[in-house]
Design a protein around this ligand. Structure first.
Ligand code: DON
Length: 316
């Protein structure tokens, strides 16, 4: 018998509000350093349409690398499996902004979720567009998935990241030298910084992730956004690469695919059941939300939500 989701979420929210060990807020993007570490929010969007929220679930935060799930979906829609000539599908075992592997691997990033891979994905989305058109396309896609036109980009976060993005400049220029970034690096990075600066609440992010829990179908109409196979593949990459060199530990503890961002957000998908967004700005040593990861571990365990479970969880 599945636990009662309302009760489980209330207990998790109360416990997270009381914790003092909240991790460290990211400071390398100055604008992110201003966020209150006391925040905690969670939203669960079940496939049957019910939505459950607790805590600061309606406060927008910077989704940062969680946006890479949406740009990957768009890039695959645009160029299909030819994308995999330019980006790998293996966990990196390195921090999200690492440079070291790129030289050994001739400018082909390990996966689409480390920064180098996400910059290539953004370069694909940019093809045939002006940067502002590509930014608008990404934002419109997220608004469509979430059924919420109020979602916007925080220009101050984008500017803050551009002003301090030396590592991303290095990665993009290095890949440009191999021909794996085809636009001027500053144009591709301009789009990248803006999609990372999309601000969403947990409620909006959980809504935007529903298509991945529903075999690629848009929750609003049931129409296909992507094929079921592609949804499975994107979630497979979330599981293996979504938490950088913390991906193994996240799979071990939580057991469902998730993508984190340095803003402290995590989007998780329970295939066939739910899309979950959690936000707490303090990060653990791997740069993933500390309390967010703990909350998801507790939720997954209580609800028996694991892609490794021998039997699917009872419907909630
Ligand atoms: O490029 C960066 O560093 C940020 N825009 C995104 C990094 C990020 O969210 C890594 N996730 N944990």
């Amino acid at each position: 018998m599945a636990a009662d989701l309302e009760t489980v979420l209330s207990e998790i929210a109360a416990e997270m509000a009381a914790r003092s060990d909240r991790g460290e807020v990211a400071t390398y993007i100055p604008q992110l350093a201003k966020v209150d570490p006391a925040r905690f929010g969670i939203a669960v969007a079940l496939n049957d349409g019910r939505v459950f929220v607790r805590g600061d679930a309606d406060i927008p935060f910077s989704i940062q690398s969680v946006s890479k799930v949406f740009t990957l979906t768009l890039a695959l829609g645009k160029v299909g499996d030819t994308l995999w000539k330019r980006v790998g599908r293996e966990p990196s075992g390195n921090p999200f902004n690492s440079i070291v592997q790129l030289e050994h691997e001739h400018g082909i990033p390990r996966n689409p979720f480390i920064n180098a891979g996400a910059v290539v994905v953004t370069d694909v989305v940019l093809a045939g567009h002006q940067p502002r058109e590509a930014i608008a396309e990404i934002l419109r896609f997220v608004q469509f998935l979430a059924e919420d036109d109020t979602i916007s980009i925080d220009p101050q976060v984008a500017a803050s990241e551009r002003a301090t993005g030396y590592r991303n400049v290095a990665l993009a220029n290095y890949m440009r030298s191999f021909g794996n970034v085809v636009h001027e690096p500053e144009l591709t990075l301009g789009v990248y910084y803006h999609h990372c600066a999309i601000a969403m609440s947990c409620r909006q992010l959980a809504a935007a992730g529903r298509f991945l829990a529903q075999e690629g179908r848009f929750a609003g109409t049931g129409h296909s956004v992507i094929s079921a196979e592609r949804a499975r593949r994107i979630t497979a990459l979330m599981l293996t690469c979504g938490h950088y060199d913390g991906s193994g530990d996240f799979a071990f503890r939580v057991g469902i695919p998730g993508k984190s961002g340095v803003g402290g957000g995590i989007l998780c998908v329970v295939p066939g059941q739910a899309s979950i967004a959690v936000w707490s700005p303090g990060l653990n040593a791997n740069g993933n939300s500390k309390l967010g990861s703990i909350a998801l571990e507790k939720l997954a365990r209580a609800m028996n939500w694991s892609i490794f479970a021998a039997r699917p969880a009872q419907p909630v």
